[in-house]
Write a protein of this length. Structure first.
Length: 95
């Protein structure tokens, strides 16, 4: 049977077995190398209040939140886009 992708949708390489991660949205168990992980900055203070406090000289902490999603949830939330067949081999530039 032909395979669709050379890496079979994973970043495992020659590692052998890898552990599992639970999807933060649906709870599915996904291999670590197949999960789509996103790091976003989170502030417990409202954005408008934070801007006012920063003008007065207060320091508002921001925390890095790392969320891991399965492929289905990553596509649903728009983190990963479905590319056309001729664009699938090329990877977009990440800066």
């Amino acid at each position: 049977m032909p395979k669709k992708r050379e890496n079979r949708g994973r970043r495992k390489g020659d590692k052998g077995h890898v552990g599992y991660i639970t999807c933060d949205n649906c709870g599915a168990r996904v291999p670590e190398d197949k999960a789509i992980c996103v790091t976003r900055m989170y502030s417990p203070v409202d954005a408008t209040l934070a801007s006012e406090l920063e003008k007065k000289g207060a320091i508002i902490p921001r925390y890095a939140m790392r969320k891991c999603y399965c492929i289905n949830c990553a596509i649903h939330f728009g983190i990963v886009k479905i590319r056309a067949e001729n664009e699938r081999k090329s990877r977009p530039a990440v800066y």
